[in-house]
Design a protein around this ligand. Structure first.
Ligand code: PPS
Length: 545
């Protein structure tokens, strides 16, 4: 509650993106966050209850506790993280969504490896609020202002420039020469102007940050014929929903005044599922968007992949290449490996200025920061090994090292927290936050909490991997051995019932499924454990002797 007695909600990063799109008209015909009838209809039919095409549920998710304080019909204030009032919402619906159903309908899957599914189940609040918005002010951006435009501004600009046909290109990656070739072709074939319209709101976790990407686009755009191409940034939060997302992207571009929209192979696909298969058929997004082309009022420009043909020294569509012609490709994974290891990236693949920008932000791994995250039972030997590792890394020098030991953190950062699941997760989030800042600034963070829950460990991994390495070490010393050691006498207390909720005794420990390294200190000395970790760090490229 604030001083007007109106309930107030602090918008999450994703909600901030959504509200900006809603208020600017980029999500027209939406006038607010979906109410329950529209939500149900969007899931079932890709349409709002009134029949208008709209494929993506844009919902205001909140915690159950906050929702309890609300009543239908009242006005809710929506604020940015600094407390600035962005808009008010007239509450029309409050409901508990069936998230399994939502995941299946929107993403076609309930696989937690899908980032949209994961977000839905682990980050989005349990309750949805729907209603019409009244704007107060658009969220403020201080970065790249010259490249940010509302739909009205872009439409006015196209009109002023006399651009009658505008083909939009969506991307969440740095653009290389193949992308440029594809956009050139589209513009040439359609005799249209080109809008490079990259997403800078939220993309797939682990993507290259938008600051770096925008510097790359600024370099690339110099290689287009003058006055033909325009760069504008889209503050969208992607969902990685493949076909549904493609329809959504096209509708958004229509709202920005574009006449054509390029959809390539596997548009907005999130990669592989837990069975190692792509979540979506490579051309399913094109097919679905084509189905709605006439209704949307924007033409879909479908493209297959463009590849580099060595003998001809030019880019061609895959289908134009003769069977005997050698095609050169560098996959995304290979490209990242070369960046990471400081290896050569050929000029046929990308312009040197673009590569220079990428290298400034992504130095080779041995110059990046990283986090070594130990997890394991009390008494498993985490602290001992962490200390051994710390001094060995300090001996090597070159990067500052900080140890965030479980007990020490509990004294300094988390002294008010208990050992409930909620508090343990909060404790790990705090450790993760500090580790991510250390990693961002090029240092080494060594964390050694129990961290019994896998979901929050994954959250921390995602956070840290935005800035550098995350190396998870499972100290898998058997419970019997930890209990035998019982250095602090806590196992005895837990067994006798004096201490409740003790990990491994009457509280759960979820072992990591894919740690970078698994150690058992009942079999290996602390010194040897530290050595094994150093070898792992070397293998991954984070240290160089
Ligand atoms: S957690 O779950 O990650 O937040 O735990 P952590 O911050 O690492 O704190 C673990 C240390 O607190 C002591 N302790 C307990 N551990 C587990 N369960 C309960 N109920 C508990 N109560 C106190 C214990 O000494 C842990 O230290 P380590 O170094 O792991 O032995």
């Amino acid at each position: 509650m604030n001083k007007n007695n109106k309930p107030s909600w602090d918008l999450s990063p994703r909600q901030l993106c959504d509200i900006e799109m809603l208020l600017s008209g980029a999500f027209a015909p939406l006038k607010g966050f979906l109410n329950q009838a529209d939500y149900d209809s969007v899931l079932a039919t890709l349409r709002l209850a009134d029949g208008n095409l709209w494929p993506m549920p844009i919902t205001l998710d909140v915690s159950a506790r906050f929702a309890e304080s609300l009543q239908l019909g009242e006005t809710l204030e929506l604020r940015d993280p600094e407390g600035v009032l962005i808009a008010t919402l007239q509450l029309e619906s409050i409901w508990t969504p069936n998230k399994d159903l939502e995941a299946l309908k929107v993403f076609g899957s309930n696989d937690p490896l899908h980032p949209g599914v994961y977000y839905l189940h682990h980050q989005a609040g349990a309750i949805y609020l729907g209603g019409t918005l009244t704007a107060v002010e658009l969220p403020e951006h201080y970065d790249y202002r010259q490249h940010r435009h509302t739909p009205a501004e872009l439409k006015a600009l196209f009109k002023k420039l006399g651009w009658h046909k505008v083909v939009a290109f969506q991307t969440r990656n740095p653009m290389h020469r193949a992308h440029q070739e594809l956009t050139f072709r589209a513009a040439r074939e359609l005799e249209a102007n080109l809008l490079i319209h990259p997403v800078v709101g939220m993309t797939k976790p682990g993507d290259i940050d938008h600051f770096t990407r925008v510097r790359c686009y600024e370099q690339l755009i110099k290689h287009y014929p003058e006055q033909t191409t325009f760069l504008s940034l889209l503050h969208l939060a992607m969902r990685m929903a493949g076909p549904r997302e493609a329809v959504w992207h096209a509708l958004i571009r229509k709202n920005y005044g574009c006449t054509h929209f390029i959809i390539g192979r596997d548009h907005a696909g999130p990669g592989k599922n837990s069975q190692g298969q792509d979540f979506y058929e490579p051309y399913a997004a094109q097919a679905l968007a084509k189905e709605f082309e006439a209704e949307m009022g924007i033409k879909i420009v479908s493209f297959e992949n463009v590849v580099y043909v060595q003998d001809r020294a030019e880019y061609l569509l895959e289908s134009e290449v003769a069977p005997n012609e050698a095609v050169l490709t560098i996959s995304g994974t290979e490209f990242r490996r070369r960046l990471r290891e400081g290896l050569e990236i050929p000029t046929w693949f990308s312009y040197p200025e673009v590569i220079t920008e990428l290298r400034r932000s992504y130095p080779p791994r041995h110059q990046q920061g990283f986090t070594v995250f130990f997890t394991g039972l009390s008494g498993s030997g985490k602290s001992t090994v962490a200390n051994a590792l710390m001094v060995k890394l300090m001996e090597m020098g070159g990067r500052p090292v900080t140890l965030l030991d479980g007990d020490v953190v509990r004294k300094n950062l988390s002294s008010e927290l208990s050992f409930s699941k909620e508090h343990r997760d909060l404790n790990i989030r705090r450790i993760g936050y500090v580790a991510s800042e250390i990693t961002k600034n090029g240092g080494i963070a060594i964390c050694a909490p129990i961290a019994p829950y896998s979901a929050v460990r994954r959250e921390v991994r995602e956070l840290v991997e935005n800035y550098g390495g995350f190396i998870e070490i499972h100290v898998a010393t058997p419970l019997a051995e930890c209990e035998r050691r019982d250095r602090k006498g806590l196992y005895a207390k837990a067994r006798s019932g004096l201490l409740k909720g003790f990990t491994g005794i009457d509280d759960p420990y979820e072992a990591p499924e894919r740690p970078e390294l698994k150690l058992d200190t009942s079999e290996v000395t602390p010194d040897e454990c530290a050595h094994k970790i150093l070898l792992t760090l070397e293998r991954l490229g984070f240290i160089k002797y």
